[in-house]
Design a protein around this ligand. Structure first.
Ligand code: ASP
Length: 432
């Protein structure tokens, strides 16, 4: 197959052309054209992916759990997966804290710029703080209560409630595991056929991926620039050092920690593994949503990388919902940056609190665009930093969201690969 026909190259070409188109239409005053006539195709693409995310989680987790032969196996694999998710998240936060403490980006924002940013994004910051306050105000165990839905349709009706769908699916999977074979067989057959259907739908949607990515990126650029390129440049220069700190931490974790895990803990060749993962990362980047990327993550993990269906169908939907290394790392940098900018120094105890709260906050972050900045408020409150401070970082958050989502989706597949290899569940793929 010629190189340009490979999916990841097609997506890269779509992405580059999208950036060029977005910048060109913005600069020439035709941003409206991209907004009205190009972006809708991006929205359709991302909607298609979101549309199949909930049924996919349901079908794959139910069949995934039920196909494990017994509860002992489930708790072993489940325990390993969750431990690795939590461990890598905490490690990512430590990287974020080291980077932000060494680079000290908060000491580079001049006071006039600080005031300007705070007044410019006051309304957005307030509405996000309110959303977070509603979550935070309700007692220490509320996070657990929130995982258990009182109504299945309600849970499945909102992509922000994926964790509730995950809960239901694992619960139902366990129930099926405990039923006698004749009782569970019809439902299992149904869900596994639903699973196959979704995989087919993903293949169809992916034919459209390069165009979808083109439209999404072009639309994102015009909406960030809002036909005012000067303002974007000003923001980037004020928050450039902060953005650099976040991106540096994310890149470090993605190109060092993860490859080292693959090298030492799995039989995969590092270069080959990450080349195959590229379409997943590019899609994470362009959609800013691990939930929307999930269908493709699963397809690539099983069909290209060779992670067994048993592990991938359990670990990946779970990972897309609870494992957010990139978000956690970014939240650590952002929390300390905001404190530094507001002239507050955080002692060791406060930084240790960040490790704990950011781990929990990342789990609670919905796998949709811009969700991380809402849960950041919870972290700020736990260390006594005014949550209105998120106004300071709002201007560049959309861009950083794209990059942290790449780290999020990469982390899911890396952990799934490590679990699969520890279980002897790497599948030999037919040579292409
Ligand atoms: N957009 C991220 C994701 O879906 C979540 C975040 O906002 O950090 O993985």
């Amino acid at each position: 197959m010629p190189w340009y026909k490979k999916l990841h190259w097609q997506i890269i070409i779509g992405l580059i052309l999208g950036v060029g188109f977005g910048i060109a239409t913005t600069l020439s005053g035709y941003g409206w054209f991209t907004d009205d006539w190009i972006m809708p195709f991006g929205t359709i693409f991302i909607n298609l992916l979101k549309l199949i995310a909930v049924p996919l989680i349901l079908a794959s987790l139910i069949t995934g759990v039920a196909s494990l032969s017994d509860l002992k196996k489930l708790s072993r694999i489940g325990g390993k997966t969750v431990a690795l998710y939590l461990g890598t998240t905490a490690f990512a936060i430590v990287i974020g804290l080291v980077v932000v403490n060494v680079l000290q980006p908060g000491h580079t924002v001049p006071p006039e710029m600080r005031e300007k940013l705070q007044s410019m994004y006051e309304t957005e910051a307030n509405s996000k703080s309110e959303a977070a306050a509603q979550q935070a105000d309700r007692g220490p165990l509320q996070a657990f209560v929130d995982i258990v839905p009182e109504n299945f349709i309600g849970a499945a009706g909102n992509n922000r409630n994926m964790l509730q769908v995950v809960f239901f699916a694992i619960f139902a999977g366990i129930g099926l595991l405990m039923l006698p074979k004749e009782g569970s067989a019809p439902l299992l057959a149904f869900f596994s056929s639903l699973n196959d259907l979704i995989i087919k739908l993903v293949e169809i949607i992916m034919l459209f991926a390069p165009y979808g990515v083109f439209a999404l990126i072009a639309g994102t650029i015009t909406s960030i620039a809002q036909d005012n390129v000067a303002q974007v440049l000003e923001l980037l220069s004020a928050l450039g050092y902060y953005s650099f700190a976040v991106v540096f931490g994310l890149v470090f974790h993605t190109v060092l920690t993860f490859p080292l895990m693959i090298y030492f803990l799995t039989p995969f060749k590092v270069k080959e593994f990450f080349t195959k993962l590229l379409p997943v990362q590019l899609l994470g980047f362009s959609t800013s949503s691990s939930g929307a990327t999930l269908p493709v993550t699963m397809e690539i993990a099983e069909k290209e990388i060779g992670i067994s269906e048993e592990i991938s169908s359990f670990a990946l939907p779970l990972g897309a919902t609870i494992n957010m290394n990139g978000t956690a790392l970014y939240q650590a940098v952002a929390a300390v940056f905001i404190a530094q900018t507001l002239g507050m120094e955080l002692d060791l105890a406060a930084q240790a609190t960040i490790v704990l709260t950011a781990t929990l906050a990342a789990i609670g972050t919905a796998s949709v665009p811009s969700a991380g900045i809402i849960t950041l408020v919870v972290i700020l409150e736990s260390i006594g930093v005014p949550s209105a401070g998120i106004a300071l970082i709002f201007g560049v958050d959309r861009i950083l969201d794209m990059i942290r989502t790449v780290t999020n989706v990469t982390g899911d597949v890396v952990v799934a690969a490590v679990v699969a290899s520890s279980e002897g569940q790497i599948v030999q793929l037919p040579a292409k």
